[in-house]
Design a binder for this molecule. Structure first.
Ligand SMILES: [Cu+2]
Length: 162
């Protein structure tokens, strides 16, 4: 074998190793995307005691938050809008709160596919949440963190999409 052949073989070997190592390193990131179709078979069911109430008190009792979808039912795989209503526990509207949105599927280990935002204060404790999308059936969590009057509290809603 001449030097040139050796160089080609060495390059091929190194490239192969880099591809394999890279693939192994990337599996935790790309893995869930490939595995998702298998999870859609419904072998996992949501916890039976799941609280799917759409109106609840935040974790530390500071606010009462309720949500409704502007569509009749929460749609599958479609961008849509929710209206949140935030009050104090005794029912007074919470005005001009800062609200962030987070969420995901606890059983799949992924977050929301979009970055929903509160885009408008509607008055009377109402807030428009745009950009929600749930791309598969199953148990979803949607978490809102509400800051108003120098206080912050969070609430996590459960919903089961069929
Ligand atoms: Cu999922």
């Amino acid at each position: 074998m001449n030097k040139q052949t050796l160089a080609v073989i060495a390059t091929a070997a190194v490239t192969t190793i880099i591809v394999i190592v890279g693939f192994i390193l990337l599996m935790p990131i790309i893995g869930p995307r490939f595995l998702h179709p298998m999870m859609m078979g419904g072998s996992e069911s949501a916890p039976t005691a799941l609280d799917t109430a759409t109106s609840r008190t935040t974790d530390n009792g500071l606010f009462t938050v309720s949500w409704r979808s502007d569509t009749d039912a929460v749609p599958l795989n479609q961008i849509h809008t929710w209206t949140l209503t935030v009050t104090t526990p005794d029912g007074a509207p919470v005005e001009n709160a800062q609200i962030s949105v987070d969420g995901g599927m606890p059983q799949h280990g992924h977050g929301l596919p979009t970055s929903p935002q509160v885009t408008e204060y509607l008055g009377n404790g109402g807030y428009r949440v745009e950009g929600l999308r749930f791309q598969m059936t199953g148990w979803w969590e949607v978490k809102f963190t509400v800051s108003a009057g120098g206080q912050t509290d969070s609430i996590t809603f459960n919903l089961t999409l069929k």
